[in-house]
Design a protein around this ligand. Structure first.
Ligand SMILES: *Cc1c(COP(=O)(O)O)cnc(C)c1O
Length: 467
């Protein structure tokens, strides 16, 4: 079906990909360039007659040239990174098929794969006969949790709207910002997003949750749901799910766990205990595109309530898309907020099937070993200071300037912005409410080795003079 020109173009692209990964050994993570200047280097216009295949290859190369390399061993900037070969094949094949997940009829294999992945995840966390769906990210999985919780307690809302019910969501003040968006979108209001205190390591304090729920009730509000976080975005803290669950059950709240980032500990018998109590909760968010490196987007919402996704999300579509037929039980469209839905299941399933359970456990544990190595380097060096003791794969630390007259926060901010512009290594920064600015280094990249951590540390300590 492809023309000879397309076939040779395809082979050339395979070559470009091969070279791209090869160059990770010698190139920078990023060729930093200001947005205004990058615009001049790219020709973003669309011409009347289009471009040739040689020009197309040039555009692909240019795209890769100016795009930060997330599979570079010195990329530690995001909660995702590295490279999973089998997942890439899955991504490619799902495009080749280009099927929508709405019905079994057009995506039979993918529907069964997705159902199996949901069941596997529920099995691992200890939820029997539950349900789940893949969706467009952890943010939207958290939104789905609130949506399901509301459907469960107030099914009338579906028809009548919020009716002035002051429904509240409780999260720790270290929780992800997606909860804010969900409150705005669902018409519940930011004032009903109630922040619970976290301890020094960033874990929600269950007794404060109890207090905040009582206080909300006293104001005439209706507590609906509490979201614990398994692996907070900045510090990587795990809220005490079991303790929070006791409070949630006492007040009859839906308990959701946002494990977008930290949920991957479920694959490791050694670290799974960080989510003690997970088998008790109502629902769970997990992003495989974060620690497991499956590729954006690979995101799950799972729940112990087998009927809730359909109850909350079905509505319409029966004239043309959802038919009564022998395979209707496998249709996922009625459980989703999307109509057309991409096949995200294949890439993750191929990756998991290739590596097996022990491969996934090893992957998580390898990242912990690298984290431990970095923490020991920091602890040994008087010029480096952890801002929190890591529970997970976030290493948050400050570099102490040799010149004591310098402000430590300004110094770290300046060091980080020079690091980005230089482009050899990429690691992020964050700040506490008290103004403390620090590096947030993430171990999510399977390509990084201890020698790369050595390089980063000595580079930072030399004030970016040596590598
Ligand atoms: C990244 C993250 C999210 C958001 O997930 P997306 O897939 O980026 O939408 C939610 N919660 C936590 C704790 C996260 O780290």
């Amino acid at each position: 079906m492809h023309t000879e020109v397309q076939k040779s173009l395809f082979l050339e692209v395979v070559n470009v990909i091969e070279n791209y990964f090869e160059q990770n050994k010698s190139s920078h993570v990023v060729d930093y360039i200001k947005g205004t200047e990058l615009k001049d280097k790219l020709d973003l216009t669309i011409s009347e007659s289009g471009i040739s295949s040689t020009e197309l290859i040039d555009e692909i190369k240019k795209y890769l040239k100016y795009t930060p390399r997330t599979s570079h061993p010195q990329f530690a900037n995001q909660l995702s990174g590295g490279y999973q070969f089998e997942a890439m094949l899955g991504e490619l094949i799902s495009f080749v098929g280009n099927n929508t997940m709405a019905t079994y009829e057009v995506s039979p294999v993918a529907s069964l794969i997705e159902a199996e992945l949901v069941k596997l995840i529920n099995d691992i966390i200890g939820i029997k006969d539950g349900d789940g769906i893949m969706l467009t990210g952890g943010s939207n999985a958290n939104l789905m949790a609130i949506h399901c919780a509301r459907e469960r307690k107030f099914p009338d809302v579906k028809r009548k709207g919020n009716q002035g019910l002051d429904l509240c969501l409780f999260v720790s003040n270290e929780a992800h910002y997606s909860h804010k968006k969900a409150m705005m979108l669902m018409g519940l209001g930011l004032d009903n997003l109630i922040m619970v205190e976290a301890d020094k390591s960033g874990r929600m304090i269950a007794s404060d949750l109890d207090k905040k729920i009582e206080a909300a009730k006293a104001l005439g509000k209706t507590p609906l749901i509490v979201c614990s976080t398994a692996g907070t975005t900045v510090l990587g803290a795990f809220d005490p799910i079991d303790e929070i669950d006791v409070v949630a059950k006492k007040h009859k709240l839906w308990h959701h766990v946002d494990g977008a980032w930290g949920g991957a500990v479920m694959f490791s018998p050694k670290y799974k205990k960080l989510m003690k109590g997970i088998e008790l909760v109502d629902s769970y968010t997990f992003d495989a595109h974060k620690l497991m490196g499956t590729g954006l987007i690979t995101s799950f919402f799972t729940t112990r309530h087998p009927d809730i996704l359909s109850l909350a999300n079905s509505g319409g579509g029966s004239q043309y898309i959802f038919h009564e037929y022998e395979n209707a039980q496998f249709d996922t469209g009625r459980k989703s907020l999307q109509c057309g839905r991409k096949v995200d299941a294949l890439k993750f399933w191929l990756q998991w099937k290739s590596k097996g359970h022990s491969g996934f456990a090893k992957f998580v544990e390898d990242q912990y070993e690298k984290q431990n190595y970095m923490v020991s380097l920091i602890n040994e060096n008087p010029r480096l200071k952890l801002v929190a003791q890591p529970e997970y794969l976030n290493v948050c630390f400050q570099v102490i300037p040799t010149d004591e007259s310098l402000d430590i926060n300004e110094y770290n901010l300046d060091l980080r912005s020079r690091l980005v512009k230089e482009g050899k290594m990429l690691t992020n920064f964050s700040r506490f409410n008290d103004g403390t600015i620090f590096f947030r280094h993430i171990f999510a990249n399977n390509i990084t080795e201890n020698k790369h951590t050595d390089q980063l540390i000595s580079h930072l300590l030399s004030d970016l003079k040596e590598e």
